[in-house]
Design a binder for this molecule. Structure first.
Ligand SMILES: CC(C)(COP(=O)(O)OP(=O)(O)OC[C@H]1O[C@@H](n2cnc3c(N)ncnc32)[C@H](O)[C@@H]1OP(=O)(O)O)[C@@H](O)C(=O)NCCC(=O)NCCS
Length: 321
């Protein structure tokens, strides 16, 4: 038996307003055909003014706590992965803590953009195994609509808002249970390929998303296939051992190309990009929650999570749920 971080519950939350490609095409020079063909996206949810990264994160967290049969008072660690915090400070995790009514615990944010949830899971895994807490809330929550340039059709059609959360619990389990391995990477020399052109220390503004789409696409397929290979090798497993891949939902073509490179059948890949678009750090936990709730992912399944984002940063995790 080994002390490991085990998935105890999942949850998610989406803003009330859902926007189709056709609705978007009324205000942006684009079309449903172009968006579907290049990305697989059909809908995205857009936050109303009263819906923020903290409120969406707290809603997702409540669902995850319910699924785990725990209350806010049981939580010793809250990590929010986000690139769109409610405020520059304090950490959105502390706002989520307040909204949940959780007492004194560890709470902080992780900034790794679209791979933020993988970074947060890896940090929580380490902290749970070394005894910093018994139960952790790991949340990916974003309101990317607030940092999109709605005049730039090359980026604004790609993103959406939402939140996903998991409860990870420290347990003494067999060696093949819980989070088995995580791998993280960053290559800062590519930080200009996907970034926000503002910030407190530079422009003093919030800024907007800027991206060299083709370059991001090329790096994403290579990096994601490599990191999936690494994390599987770490635990002595092969692509055919995987029950479900829950990929970052940036673009269906990236997901398909990565799966093909690894020889993964498409019906073992959870796909939500058509419904949610790219929700950055929220995309993996949102997709995970959906597949758990609709019964695709079951107890005992071997699940692989992966994501890549601005920085570039990327990572993967393999777990037995
Ligand atoms: C963004 C992306 C979909 C663009 O697809 P692409 O095939 O590379 O398309 P290009 O950027 O070369 O643009 C092709 C044409 O479509 C046009 N176009 C761009 N956005 C458009 C839109 N929303 N609607 C209609 N036309 C559009 C371009 O202006 C260009 O027109 P031109 O040939 O007349 O100049 C693709 O590069 C991509 O998915 N990249 C990865 C993005 C991503 O996932 N980022 C997040 C990672 S975390």
């Amino acid at each position: 038996m080994t002390r490991r971080a085990v998935l105890a519950g999942t949850g998610s939350a989406l803003p009330r307003t859902r926007v189709s490609n056709a609705e978007l095409a009324e205000r942006v020079d684009t079309s449903d055909e172009w968006i579907v063909e290049r990305t697989g996206i059909r809908f995205r949810h857009i936050a109303e003014p009263d819906e923020t990264t903290a409120t969406l994160g707290a809603d997702a967290a409540r669902e995850a706590l319910k699924a785990a049969g725990l209350s806010p008072a049981d939580i010793g660690l809250i990590i929010v992965a986000t690139a769109t915090p409610d405020n520059t400070f304090p950490a959105t995790a502390t706002k989520v803590q307040a909204l949940l009514g959780a007492p004194d615990c560890i709470a902080f944010d992780v900034a790794a953009v679209c791979s933020g949830f993988l970074y947060a899971v890896s940090v929580a895994d380490s902290m749970l195994r070394t005894g910093a807490a018994e139960h952790a809330l790991v949340i990916g929550s974003e309101t990317f609509s607030r940092i999109l340039d709605w005049e730039d059709r090359t980026t604004c059609v790609l993103f959406g808002d939402g939140a996903g959360a998991v409860v990870l619990s420290a347990k003494d389990v067999a060696d093949d249970q819980g989070i088995l391995a995580t791998r993280l990477h960053a290559e800062g020399q590519y930080c200009d390929m996907l970034y926000v052109d503002g910030g407190p220390s530079t422009t003093g503004t919030v800024g907007h998303v800027r991206m060299q789409g083709r370059e991001v696409f090329r790096h994403a397929v290579t990096n994601l296939a490599n990191v999936l290979g690494e994390v599987l090798a770490d635990v002595g497993l092969k692509a055919e051992d995987i029950d479900w891949v829950v990929p970052h939902q940036a673009n269906k073509r990236i997901i398909d190309a990565t799966a093909k490179k690894l020889g993964l059948p498409a019906d073992h890949v959870v796909l939500t990009v058509d419904q949610h678009a790219n929700t950055s750090a929220a995309s993996v936990p949102l997709a995970l929650d959906l597949a758990v709730r609709d019964g695709r992912i079951k107890r005992g399944d071997l699940v692989v999570l992966e994501a890549m984002g601005g920085g570039f940063t990327w990572g993967a995790a393999v777990l037995r749920v």
